[in-house]
Design a protein around this ligand. Structure first.
Ligand SMILES: [Zn+2]
Length: 500
């Protein structure tokens, strides 16, 4: 029987929802006071009037009607920050320290960085609105001094209304298995946010021109610009000491690969979202980052049973996850590799384990990556660059790779790091226990990919059994973030960020 850690963040979601639910009835009771000229006067009345027309716009854009009433509530920025902004406060400091150490061992965090305070600040100040799955309730967050809706607030309302529609048809709280690995979580979330953001981009053009767009060209061009802006923002934040892990998966989700994936698969034919994408969600970020992989014949699922059973013999598994191409990108970018997109490109499947040696209380790691490329070029590139990343993250110099009987491997017996590459795989064992190295390497060499196809994706999703430290955030579901500058219509950059 495996020992697995309880998943802390799923529990935190419940009190949050209760807090939020207590706010929902307000909007129901609102009657809209109007001046003699017919314009609503109070802030709340203005929001409700706007929400009415935006709800109709979502129905028209998407060609689907709401099944139930959607409730709208308003938070001011400071109310939101006070209620939701410090969501990690209830996690014991010892747990945060452990999780930070796990993320550091995985190369996703630098020494001294604190993922939890960084992320708390980002949520508190960078959230424009959110939707709570299963409640038909959405929230828009306005400036403390707001007396009406800004242009950007209308876009936020539109985005959240799309989530309400998604929820009524596809059940946002049911399509993500809580035991899904990070890679699958992101793939699902990139669909959910990608659709909301892409449709909202169309609405943005509608507000600008007064007409419904009949071609995707301006939106596609706009997405290309947004990606450039998002990546520039990421570099700036990183220069100010923010971990890539806090911001990069989000920036790409909203302003880049999320909407680009939906556009690549569906174009302007929204029924493809209903009939294809939601019924067969992507399993991995590989498919989102390379949309041709979404409809590829084969998916690969690793059988790591032998490795599992070696690890659990005398260890407690702290983090069992699939990092996938996205978090590999994050990792290489965190350590300033200019080719962060290319190095993990085409990583087909992976599984990572961080486990605690119960005898010595040491954290150890095994990360196995599978590469479909039969020429071994991709695996060899990853091997060389990962070795270089380990040098940076550990501030050491690994011994050069040794070639022997078809393997390339590095064995650092001082720092207890072993990295091996063959045609189709690279694995790394870090902080290894000397007496366990041979059994771990032998078990890694037995890992086999099984291929799944089409609807097998759905089965792979429901059977996910991972137990991992939350590198993403379930609390984020349905949030709309302040975007980077949005073309000539908005001069100011609306992305708020702490610490600057
Ligand atoms: Zn959203």
């Amino acid at each position: 029987m495996k020992k697995r850690k309880v998943f802390v963040f799923a529990i935190l979601l419940i009190p949050l929802i209760l807090i939020l639910l207590s706010c929902t009835n307000d909007s129901e009771k609102v009657t809209i006071p109007v001046q003699p000229g017919g314009q609503p006067t109070t802030l709340k009345a203005k929001v409700m009037a706007a929400a009415d027309s935006i709800r109709l716009a979502v129905q028209r854009f998407r060609g689907k009607n709401y099944k139930r009433k959607v409730f709208v509530s308003v938070f001011t920025q400071s109310q939101y920050a006070a209620q939701v902004g410090n969501q990690f406060d209830t996690i014991p400091q010892s747990t945060k320290n452990l999780y930070n150490n796990i993320l550091r061992l995985e190369g996703l965090l630098r020494p001294g960085a604190d993922y939890y305070s960084s992320y708390d600040s980002t949520i508190a100040s960078g959230t424009a609105g959110f939707y709570v799955p299963g409640t038909d309730s959405l929230y828009v967050i306005l400036a403390d001094t707001a007396t009406g809706l800004a242009f950007e607030d209308s876009l936020t309302l539109f985005h959240e209304f799309v989530h309400a529609l998604q929820d009524q048809y596809f059940g946002l709280d049911t399509i993500n298995n809580p035991y899904a690995p990070s890679d699958m979580y992101y793939a699902t979330d990139y669909v959910i946010e990608g659709e909301a953001e892409l449709l909202m981009d169309y609405y943005y053009f509608f507000l600008n021109s007064g007409a419904y767009p009949t071609t995707s060209t301006p939106v596609v061009n706009f997405l290309n610009q947004e990606q450039i802006g998002a990546d520039a923002d990421l570099d700036t934040m990183h220069q100010h000491g923010e971990p890539m892990l806090t911001n990069m998966p989000l920036q790409w989700e909203y302003f880049s690969y999320g909407p680009r994936f939906i556009n690549a698969i569906a174009g302007m034919n929204w029924s493809i979202i209903d009939n294809t994408i939601f019924p067969v969600l992507p399993l991995r970020m590989l498919e989102v980052l390379h949309p041709q992989e979404y409809s590829a014949t084969n998916e690969y699922v690793l059988n790591t049973q032998a490795l599992d059973s070696v690890i659990v013999q005398s260890n407690l598994i702290e983090d069992d996850d699939q990092l996938g191409e996205l978090l590999a990108d994050v990792m290489f970018r965190e350590w300033d590799f200019a080719a962060f997109r290319d190095i993990p490109n085409g990583m087909t499947a992976d599984e990572s384990f961080v486990f605690r040696d119960l005898q010595t209380d040491t954290l150890r790691m095994v990360w196995y990556t599978y590469w479909r490329d039969s020429s071994a070029a991709a695996a060899a590139t990853f091997f060389a660059n990962y070795a270089s990343l380990v040098n940076k993250k550990r501030n050491i110099v690994l011994p050069p790779a040794v070639d022997s009987t078809g393997f390339a491997y590095i064995n650092d017996t001082v720092n207890n790091i072993y990295i091996e590459q063959a045609t189709s795989y690279v694995f790394t064992i870090e902080n290894y226990k000397k007496s366990a190295l041979s059994s771990l390497t032998a078990a890694c060499r037995t890992v086999q990919p099984a291929s799944a196809w089409g609807l097998a994706k759905a089965r792979a999703r429901t059977s996910a059994r991972f137990s991992r430290v939350d590198k993403h955030r379930l609390l984020d579901r349905g949030i709309r973030r302040f975007p980077p500058a949005r073309g000539p219509m908005l001069a100011a950059r609306h992305f708020l960020h702490p610490g600057r």
